[in-house]
Design a protein around this ligand. Structure first.
Ligand code: F6P
Length: 358
């Protein structure tokens, strides 16, 4: 008999169900009796004892379904050690619920913040397995996270659609891509969508370089320009500010987000017509791409193997195409950012793509 707890935490993505299915199907194939406690809305369910008893059948037919059958919520790691509004000690509450259900392991599907809490629970003596989820692809220790490829598909589709209308109207278009503090999604969607300018948080931009890239295209007779801009993109000047100073500065902006600020600067300087498109949460929605279905099936199988080996306290990672177990203490709290010297960036520059830096 094996009893597992499972939760999906943080911003959702397309392949959460596929990953849960991978774990459950693999375990059900190997053990005589499998009991599953599904915690509702991520760590919130574990803290407040909100759960449902599930069977392997509940995980059938969900390979292609987006979202998460368990629900999700954001429970910031930095507040985990702080009591809630009723004075509840959240960490003790999570431990108590784990013990109440006599769980053999807790399977956490989540991004960076969720991973930090998983590591905290490991330090507190719980058996934890983490599967790396996020469209941002920013989890240290794995080559790729699930959700990333599906989000690339959606963001690329957005850029593709903009291409045709931009060409008809000879406009400058900005597509703002998600990714939080990192530029992976923008880099890949920008490349796949053939963007002319790609702005990433890791390469602060100079607006003059961006304008120069647009003018260069105009001189060549190209009437339109497409910019893929990461939501976390930052100008060279703003990159010199502290986190606190930049946050304060942004509060005084009249722009909803960075793409609108860049659009305004381009319009003011060149008098060109600029439009902004923000695909936003559509990037996390819909069915998982086949790549993510494959990835989640493999991650799930390896997660199950780790559970059966009683090899807890790790993240199931992809390293050079292989499924590996990486200790949580090695990965928790570290961010995987785009390396500005990445060969892909050099290759795109060879094609004439501007990163707004020179
Ligand atoms: O981490 C995934 C992500 O979609 C980021 O790309 C984005 O910045 C953030 O979540 C949006 O969060 P929320 O869904 O809470 O608005």
């Amino acid at each position: 008999m094996l009893k597992i707890g499972m939760l999906t935490s943080g911003g959702d993505c397309q392949a959460l169900n596929a990953a849960m299915r991978g774990v459950v199907k693999s375990l059900a194939h190997k053990v005589d009796k499998l009991e599953i406690i599904g915690f509702i809305d991520g760590y919130k369910g574990l803290i407040y004892g909100n759960y449902k008893k599930m069977t392997p059948e509940d995980f059938s037919g969900i390979l292609t379904r987006g979202g998460t059958i368990l629900g999700s919520s954001r429970q910031p790691f930095k507040l985990m050690r702080e009591p809630d509004e009723n004075g509840l000690d959240k960490v003790e509450a999570m431990k108590a619920n784990y013990r109440k259900h006599k769980l053999d392991v807790l399977v956490v599907l989540g991004g960076n913040g969720s991973q930090k809490t998983a590591n905290l629970l490991r330090e507190e003596g719980l058996n934890v397995i983490h599967l790396p989820k996020t469209i941002d692809n920013d989890i240290y220790g794995t080559d790729v996270t699930f959700g990333f490829q599906s989000a690339i598909d959606v963001a690329t589709q957005a850029i593709d659609c903009i291409h045709t209308t931009a060409a008809s109207h000879n406009r400058v278009f900005i597509v703002e891509v998600m990714g939080h503090k990192v530029g992976w999604l923008t880099l890949y969607a920008g490349c796949a969508g053939g963007a002319d300018v790609i702005l990433l948080p890791e390469i602060p931009y100079d607006i003059n370089c961006v304008i120069e890239a647009i003018n260069k295209r105009s001189k060549k007779g190209r009437g339109f320009t497409i910019l893929a801009v990461a939501e976390g993109a930052v100008s060279k000047n703003d990159a010199l500010l502290t986190k606190k100073e930049y946050k304060k500065k942004k509060k005084n902006w009249s722009y909803p987000s960075i793409a609108y600020k860049i659009a305004d600067e381009i319009e003011q300087t060149c008098g060109l017509e600029v439009r902004v498109t923000v695909p936003g949460h559509t990037q996390r929605g819909g069915s998982p791409a086949p790549y993510d279905r494959v990835l989640c099936t493999r991650l799930g199988a390896e997660g199950a193997r780790a559970i059966l080996d009683k090899d807890f306290g790790c993240m199931i990672a992809v390293i050079n195409g292989e499924m590996k177990r990486v200790p949580l203490e090695e990965t928790a709290g570290r961010l995987k950012m785009v390396d500005p010297d990445d060969s892909m960036i050099e290759e795109l520059k060879t094609l004439g793509v501007s990163f707004g830096d020179n």
